[in-house]
Ligand binder design. Structure first.
Ligand code: SAM
Length: 238
């Protein structure tokens, strides 16, 4: 699983979907968190994953389910969800080290025990995961890549949906948010064409309103300040 020639080939040819990986120089505490805490909570992608049945409790003793957040940015949503759902093992993926450090600080300050991190491309995690292991996945405000020549870098694509389809169990929910109208449209088209996921919306309220169990992210706050509408898309794995 995950290491066959096709997936290695796909990974080599995959375009980078994220921008910068680091911002400010880390201070002493942040450096300590990266050196000491990150290795303890980082997913062990160098060893084979366990089976889907035991993945939750292997990641977090006592956990019943696994939820995945791809591109958590500053981690506001990941941390809020992890606190609200202590019985869920969360996997958070983010290559931007400043965001990783924010979550590490929250883990330490708030004694959060149910978050595991991966500080690189989430697609590597998805290839590593066993089939039907994930109960819920979030991709919130993926990088918009607005220039036409950059569009192929957009993370939510037919390829990413195919990767996710393998690891999400039947009935699992995939939540995607974007404030870019044409990105929302291409996501809906890709989902429709691929047929592994079903869009659950029955009317405009379903994509206009995010609901109480969907914490606001930092990027979303910026979109609100700048007057852009967001689209909240919920899909179910068929
Ligand atoms: C526009 S930001 C939004 C961050 C956060 N979800 C929010 O709403 O505030 C998109 C994030 O996705 C991350 N990202 C992009 N491609 C990724 C990938 N392949 N794997 C993991 N994270 C990725 C970027 O580093 C960036 O932090």
């Amino acid at each position: 699983m995950g290491n066959d020639d096709d997936s290695v080939h796909a990974a080599i040819h995959e375009l980078r979907s994220f921008g910068r990986r680091s911002g400010r120089t880390l201070n002493a505490r942040q450096t300590r968190l990266v050196e000491d805490l990150l290795p303890k909570v980082r997913l062990p992608l160098h060893s084979p994953s366990s089976g889907a049945e035991e993945l939750a409790r292997v990641l977090v003793p006592g956990a019943q389910r696994v939820w995945l957040e791809i591109g958590f940015g500053g981690g506001e949503h990941l941390v809020a969800q992890a606190r609200s759902h202590p019985d869920v093992a969360f996997i958070g993926c983010e290559p931007f080290i400043d965001g990783v450090v924010k979550v590490l600080s929250a883990i330490e300050d708030q004694a959060i025990a149910n978050i595991r991190l991966f500080d690189d491309d989430a697609r590597d995690v998805v290839r590593w995961l066993p089939a039907a292991a994930i109960d819920r996945a979030f991709i919130l405000f993926p990088d918009p890549w607005p220039k036409t020549r950059h569009r192929k870098r957009r993370l939510v694509s037919a390829q990413t949906l195919a990767l996710l389809a393998r690891v999400m169990r039947t009935g699992a929910e995939l939540r995607v948010a974007t404030d870019i109208g044409d990105y929302a449209r291409t996501i809906l088209e890709a989902v429709h064409n691929q047929r592994a996921f079903r869009w659950t919306a029955t009317g405009p309220q379903d994509w206009r309103i995010q609901g109480d169990d969907w914490p606001v992210t930092r990027y979303q706050q910026k979109a609100i300040r700048e007057g852009r509408r967001s689209y909240f898309l919920r899909f179910v794995r068929d």
